[in-house]
Design a protein around this ligand. Structure first.
Ligand SMILES: Nc1nc2c(ncn2[C@@H]2O[C@H](COP(=O)(O)OP(=O)(O)OP(=O)(O)O)[C@@H](O)[C@H]2O)c(=O)[nH]1
Ligand SMILES: [Mg+2]
Length: 304
């Protein structure tokens, strides 16, 4: 098994997409050698993971596609991981993503992989952190991770990305106020996509004000207008991403927080492993029906 793992990793480092795909499958399905493979990963220390999040239909996939195209034209090597949203309002999005990115599927500089989002609505694939670390072993200039931002997953993506791009659209104008707190913490770059639409300007101005309020003498979060379908603003976004990643190099407080968040999730995943919600529910019901139910004693059974 050790030999197999070493062989896999050497191949991945050399840019073998087929071996990378196999390794992802091993991690995704926790096949034999899974734990050993993860332990064998080496950190490159180079921040290159770009998270792209935002509400459903904001144009994330279109934007990812436009960025991919731009980067490939500049000779970069790119991995794109897209979490397939399984929520009802994204029904059919997977097929759309596939069609859009199809032109790059066989490009030697691109590795594109869709991952099912099991688990909570909008939640990141539970394996996302591990898979991202795996993909980072490859000779990619950027690893772009697209995920629908619905509450918690935005925080999750910030935990695995070195640079988090939050894409909003004019329709989301009012949402900005409610999203304000959480989103300001995680965004490194704001994108106002669908800038060809009405009200884009007012969303842009609102975000600029927010970014300014938040800055407190530090650099303001960049706000970039894009039309993903028209390839407008994409170069500016790519440059802004590069600049952000450049600054991310130092072990900043934010970086320490990101790594803490990351280890937190890994520990949580491990600890919760094997715990089924249905089973939990059934057992709870059974015990509660016997009367004299105490929630805290009940929970004790599951703690180490
Ligand atoms: N007018 C306009 N339409 C856009 C723009 N960018 C994307 N769209 C359209 O918006 C729709 C949704 O785009 P997607 O890229 O699938 O959005 P998404 O955020 O990936 O969607 P989910 O993954 O389902 O959350 C598509 O019909 C796109 O063609 C833009 O800049 N302007
Ligand atoms: Mg999408």
């Amino acid at each position: 098994v050790q030999d197999k793992i070493r062989q896999l990793l050497t191949g991945i480092q050399a840019g073998d997409h087929r071996l990378l795909a196999r390794a992802i499958t091993i991690v995704e399905n926790e096949l034999e050698g899974y734990a050993g493979l993860l332990r064998a990963l080496r950190s490159s220390g180079v921040p290159n993971v770009v998270g792209l999040t935002g509400p459903p239909g904001a144009g994330k996939s279109t934007l990812a596609n436009a960025l991919l195209s731009y980067w490939l034209r500049s000779g970069k090597k790119i991995a794109v991981l897209a979490v397939d949203p399984s929520s009802p309002f994204n029904y059919g999005a997977l097929l759309g993503d596939r069609i859009r990115m199809a032109e790059f599927y066989n490009h030697p500089g691109a590795y594109i992989r869709s991952l099912a989002s099991r688990g909570a609505l909008g939640g990141l694939n539970a394996k996302m952190i591990e898979i991202t670390d795996l993909v980072k072993q490859g000779p990619f200039d950027y690893v772009l991770v697209e995920t629908v931002g619905v509450g918690q997953s935005e925080v999750e993506i910030a935990g695995l990305a070195d640079c988090t791009v939050v894409a909003l659209v004019p329709e989301a104008g009012d949402e900005v106020q409610t999203l304000k707190a959480g989103i300001m913490e995680i965004a490194d770059i704001f994108v106002v996509n669908k800038a060809d639409r009405e009200n884009a300007e007012s969303l842009y101005r609102n975000l600029r004000v927010l970014a300014h309020e938040k800055a407190e003498g530090n650099d303001e979060i960049p706000v970039i207008k894009t039309v993903a379908t028209g390839d407008i603003g994409v170069e500016e976004l790519a440059k802004s991403i590069a600049a952000t990643l450049e600054k991310t190099k130092a072990l900043s407080e934010k970086r320490v927080q990101l790594l803490t968040e990351k280890s937190w999730q890994l520990i949580q995943n491990r600890r919760m492993a094997g715990l089924s919600r249905t089973e939990l529910r059934n057992r709870l019901k059974e015990q509660a029906e016997q009367g004299d139910f105490n929630l805290y004693t009940f929970v004790e059974q599951y703690l180490p």
